[in-house]
Design a protein around this ligand. Structure first.
Ligand SMILES: Cc1cc2nc3c(=O)[nH]c(=O)nc-3n(C[C@H](O)[C@H](O)[C@H](O)COP(=O)(O)OP(=O)(O)OC[C@H]3O[C@@H](n4cnc5c(N)ncnc54)[C@H](O)[C@@H]3O)c2cc1C
Length: 387
C-alpha cells in the first residue's frame, strides 16, 4: 500500500494548482454576474495541458486514469475556489467521454478524438424534470427508424448545456420499462429538434448554465449509440467517474473553506489576541482537517481501486461521495462561522464557497440515494424496494 503520489502525478498536481490559482481572482465576478468567459477558461486549461487526462492515448488522451483525474480536479477546485475551471477537464475526460468508451468503434471514432482534443466537449444528460433520483423511471424515448433513433423528451440540469455541444444522453429504448430499457446515445445540440434552455438560476456553481435540453423528434444517427437497452449496470460504471468528480469537488472545496478560515482566524483579533489562539477555534480547524484527511483516504481509495484504472467501483466511490457531501457543507458552514459577521458579507469568499457546497449536495446523486446504495451492499440478500 502506497499513500504517495508518483513523480508524474505530482507534476500534474503542480500544474493544476498553478492554473487553478490563476483563476481565483475571477471567481467572484463569475459568481456575481452568473456569467463566465468559458472559452478563455477552456484555453487556459488546455495551455496547462490538462485536457483528456484520463482518456486513452489512442484517442489523443494523456493515458492517465482515475487517480490522475482526481488529482487534477481536486487541485483546480481548491485553488480556483470555483467549480468552473474543472469543467474543461470534466467535458474532455469525465463521465461523458468515459461513457463513449463503452460504445462501438463507430461512435468512438466519430467523437472521441475531437472531445479529447477539446475541439468539442461532452456533457451528461440523465436527469429529467420528473426523474432525478428515480433515474430508472426516465421517460425520454428513443425509437428506431431505419438508420436513426428518434428521440423525444426533456433533460434537465444539464451542466454546460449552453457551452458544450455534445451530450451523452440517457434514453428509454422502445418503451421497455425499468432499468432494462435504458441506454445512451450522443446528442449534438446542432441536431434538428434540439432546444437548449438556460436555467433555472442556481444559488451556487454560477457562471455557466445547468440548463434543459428539449428533444422533439430528434433524429440521431444509429452510429451515435453508446449502449443499447439491457446494459444499464455497465453504463453506470462510467457514470462512477461523475461521483469521483464530486469527491474531487468535496476535497477541493472543503480545503478551500479550511484555507479561508485558517487565514482569517490568524489575522482577526478579539480580546487582544488572534482568534486562532482560542481553543474552540483551533479545535474546530483540527476537526475540519481530520475530516478532510478521512475524505482523502476514501476518495483516493476509490480512485486507486478503479476497474482498469479508469472506472471507479460503485461501493467505494459511493461511500466517498456520501462522506464528502456530508462533511463538505458542515466544514464550509463552520468556516463561515469562524469569519464572524464578515462571513456573510460579499467582501469575503467564504459565503460563495459555502453556497457552492450547498449547491452540490445532491449533484451526481442525493445523499439518501447514496445511503441506499451503501445499505444495499451491506445487506446483499435483502431487497429494499424503492417504489
Ligand atoms: C449542481 C448540479 C449539477 C447537476 N448536473 C447535472 C448534469 O450535468 N446532468 C444531469 O443529468 N443531472 C445533473 N444534475 C441533477 C442531479 O443529478 C439531480 O438533481 C439529483 O440526482 C437529484 O434528483 P432530483 O433533483 O430530481 O431530486 P429528487 O429525486 O426529486 O429527490 C428529492 C428528495 O427525495 C429524496 N429521495 C428520492 N428518492 C429517494 C429514495 N429512493 N430513497 C431516499 N430518498 C429519496 C432525495 O434524497 C431528495 O432529498 C445536477 C444537479 C445539481 C444540483
Amino acid at each position: 500500500m502506497d499513500f504517495q503520489l508518483n513523480r508524474d502525478q505530482l507534476d500534474l498536481q503542480n500544474r493544476a494548482e498553478a492554473v487553478g490559482a490563476s483563476f481565483r481572482g475571477e471567481a467572484r465576478e463569475w459568481d456575481e454576474s452568473d456569467n463566465a468567459p468559458y472559452n478563455d477558461i477552456f484555453e487556459r486549461i488546455r495551455a496547462a495541458d490538462l485536457l483528456g487526462i484520463a482518456m486513452p492515448t489512442e484517442y489523443g488522451g494523456q493515458g492517465g486514469g482515475a487517480i490522475e483525474y482526481l488529482v487534477v480536479v481536486e487541485a483546480l477546485f481548491r485553488n480556483a475556489q470555483s467549480w468552473l475551471p474543472s469543467e474543461p477537464v470534466f467535458c474532455t475526460s469525465g463521465p461523458g467521454p468515459s461513457m463513449l468508451l463503452l460504445g462501438d468503434a463507430a461512435v468512438k471514432e466519430k467523437y472521441l478524438h475531437d472531445i479529447v482534443a477539446g475541439r468539442r466537449a461532452c456533457n451528461i444528460a440523465l436527469t429529467e424534470p420528473d426523474a432525478g433520483s428515480a433515474l430508472t423511471h426516465l421517460t425520454t424515448t428513443a425509437v428506431r427508424d431505419g438508420h436513426y433513433f428518434v428521440l423525444n423528451g426533456t433533460k434537465s440540469y444539464v451542466t454546460g448545456s449552453n457551452v458544450n455541444d455534445l451530450n451523452a444522453t440517457f434514453v428509454r429504448f422502445d418503451d421497455i420499462p425499468g432499468a432494462k430499457g435504458i441506454g445512451a446515445v450522443v446528442v449534438d445540440t446542432a441536431m434538428d429538434g434540439v432546444t437548449v434552455q438556460r436555467g433555472p438560476t442556481f444559488i451556487g456553481d454560477r457562471g455557466i448554465a445547468h440548463g434543459n435540453l428539449i428533444l422533439e423528434d430528434v433524429r440521431v444517427p444509429a452510429e451515435n449509440l453508446i449502449v443499447g437497452p439491457g446494459q444499464f449496470a455497465r453504463l453506470m460504471t462510467a457514470f462512477n467517474l461523475e461521483r469521483l468528480h464530486n469527491c474531487g469537488f468535496w476535497l477541493g472545496f472543503s480545503q478551500a473553506a479550511y484555507d479561508e478560515a485558517s487565514t482569517y482566524v490568524q489575522q482577526r483579533e478579539a480580546f487582544g489576541r488572534p482568534v486562532v489562539e482560542f481553543q474552540a477555534v483551533y479545535h474546530t480547524l483540527a476537526d475540519m482537517w481530520v475530516q478532510i484527511e478521512a475524505l482523502r483516504l476514501l476518495a483516493y481509495r476509490a480512485a486507486a481501486d478503479a476497474t482498469d484504472g479508469r472506472f471507479p467501483r460503485l461501493a467505494e466511490v459511493t461511500q466517498a461521495k456520501l462522506f464528502g457531501a456530508t462533511i463538505g457543507p458542515q466544514i464550509s458552514l463552520k468556516a463561515l462561522e469562524l469569519h464572524g459577521g464578515y462571513g456573510v458579507t460579499t467582501d469575503f469568499p467564504i459565503q460563495r464557497i459555502h453556497r457552492d457546497c450547498v449547491t452540490n449536495v445532491v449533484a451526481g446523486g442525493a445523499p439518501a440515494v447514496m445511503r441506499n446504495g451503501v445499505a444495499a451492499g451491506l445487506f446483499p440478500h435483502r431487497k429494499f424496494p424503492q417504489t
